[in-house]
Structure formats: structure tokens, C-alpha cells
Ligand binder design. Sequence first.
Ligand code: LLP
Length: 386
Amino acid sequence: MKETIKAFKEGFQSDHFKTKVLYASKAFQTVAMLKLIQSYGLGLDVVSGGEIYTALKAEFPVETIYFHGNNKTPAELRYAIENGIIHFVVDNRMEVELLSILSQEYDKKLHVMIRLNVGIEAHTHEYIVTAHVDSKFGMLYESENCQQAIQIVQTSDHLVLEGFHAHIGSQIFEMTAWLAEIDKLVGYLKEFDEELSLNLGGGFGIRYTESDRPLPIEETVKELVRYTEEALQKQGVTIQQLMIEPGRSMVGEAGTTLYTVGFIKQTPHKKYYFVDGGMTDNIRPALYQATYRCDLATKLTAAKTEKVTVAGKMCESGDVVIQETFLPPAEPGDILAVYATGAYGYSMSSNYNRALTPAVVFVNGDTSRLVVRRQEYADLLRGEVL
Ligand code: LLP
């Protein structure tokens, strides 16, 4: 995590405008993580009252928090404003209207980034232009909704137009879609007299399996800055600040999930290694057919002679951790390490089947530190009215 944070920070700099890396904390949000992010001076992307609450508990500097989301509730907006958050990435016209009213009521200056749907959807290796005009996120720049939203901000006493935001996808492995996004966003700026800011979103891919070829972070973000400088010069516009908001790439490869192998079962065509977790700590295989690499940590040097399916213990056929992999012969009690589970694993965990969520341990060289304790049964009844 530290190496990745440094690579983002050192690469994402310009002599022409301010730059800021925001951590998209939905990928993995705990107080310990936010303290680490804060110690490197990064900003934060939050998407809910719960993420704001955690950020406040971590004493994250509120002036560097950006509040995202397509349907922030009135209570969440009030909570954010009352706690000093001033940056809002707004998704739609109704949100701008409400924010305008709230900014007056609280008599607070609020900075608004407009989330745009730039019509570019990045897939791992390619991108589609004019895709997804009906996306639930953001507004098409040309749309009436968007123009009205901008107008409301510009005519409001308390709202300040900070700039534009777009996020074009996740687990992206090549630059072209981002460059097309930059061209679009910079193009829009020509219509404004004031100097605005841009946020290019996140999406930097990571290596889950051998077939993933992530872009080197430092070089990639340097190129994003360089290309933006060039595009600005060509279009004759300047910006105040350029932002990006990586989530997965900050934490993904740093995480390893340790399971204990339980029963082993042979069916006519498959051999199953069952583990003491599954979709409740990592829903990505079930939800996105995501693939992972693994090893038997207790038999690291043994030959991988067994073709197996690693399955979880939840009552769902889809609860499979790895569909097919080669591992050494195992026995109950062996430890199975699944790699690159740091992002969207713990943060998407659940108590389905009343499973307990596991502990989270930060490791630094040969020292380690418990940052989330393993749940216990009593945690399951928290909030129940008995
Ligand atoms: N900014 C915005 C506005 C986003 O919606 C997201 C992710 C990010 C930044 C961070 O993207 P990243 O750098 O992590 O790719 N649960 C899914 C991923 C959902 C991503 C949602 N938005 C998964 O496990 O693959």
C-alpha cells in the first residue's frame, strides 16, 4: 500500500496546475486505512454517511474529503455539511437544487464538482464511445439537466462551481480511454470564464492472475498529467487542479486472504477444497466471475498435482472462491492464501448465513498489527431489538 501510495503521489504532479490524489475509500475503508492515507497527505472520496462517519472517526481533514454518490439522502447531505465537508461531487439536477437550499440554510460556501457522463466506457483492454448514455451515474454534458444544474450552481450565492468529474470504469489496463476522457473534459472547459478543476476518476487495474497486465502506476499517472497539460495548451484553457481517485489499485494487491482448508470432496468430475469463508468475505467471484491466484501456505514448495475447485461454506452453489486451480494435495487444517483480495473484499463482506467477518491484519516487514478484530457471535445481534 505504501509503495502504491508513493507511486501515485510522486507521479501525479504538474508545474502548471495543482494536483491531488483522492483515495476512493469504498475499496477498503477502516480507520487504520484512512490514517495511513492521511499520513501521505492524500485526499478522500466518500460515498455515504457511513464512510463520512468513519473518516471523521479517523480525524481525516474534512477539507480534503469529496462526497460522491447518485442519491445522497437529505440526512447524509446535512450530516456532511454539519461536519464541515465542503466538496460535493453532484450527480443530478435535483441534488444541485437541494444542495443550493441547504447551503443557504447553513450559510456555508460549498464547492461543486459536476459528475459528467462523458460517454466513454473503459473496459479492461478497450473502450466504447457513446456507450451507456443511460448510465445511472452523472449527466450528459449536452443535456438540459446538466446545463440547468450548472446554471443553478452559477446563480447560487453559496455554491461555487469547482469543476467537472468523470469516472469511466474500473480495472482498466490501457491509457486510450483516459486520454479520450481528458480530451472531452478539457473541451468542455472552453465555455467557462472561471478557472475550474477536473477529476478523472479511478479505475487503475491490478494483477489478480497471470493474464492481468496492469499499467505501471507512476508512469501512467505521469502520462495523464502530461497529456492533460498538452490538451489544455491546445485548447487554450487553464485549470486550478487535476484530481484522480484510485481505489482498487491502492489496496488490492496488498491484501491476502488466509483460509483454513476443511473438508475435501471428490465428485465425478471435480475435487473440492472447502474453506472456512467464501462469498461473505469475497463476493467478487460470485458477483463478477472474478478470478484469483492462490497457494497452500502450509505447503508452498509441494508440487501442485491436484486440479481443484476452492469453494466456500455458504449455502449457495455460486459460493466458489476459485473455479479451477492446481494445488498440492491438501488436508484439513492447511492454510490457503488467496492473493490480491485487498480491494472490494472486506468492504463488500456480509453476514449472510450468519457468517462472521474475518479479522484484518496490517503487515509491515516482520511486524503486524490487528486493525479489525474477527467478529464474534454477539456482533450478530447488535442492533436487534430483543
Ligand atoms: N471514483 C468513482 C466515482 C467510482 O465510482 C469508483 C469505483 C472509483 C473512483 C474507484 O475505482 P477503482 O480505482 O477502485 O477501480 N465492486 C467492484 C468495483 C466497483 C467500482 C465502483 N466505483 C469490484 O469489486 O470490482
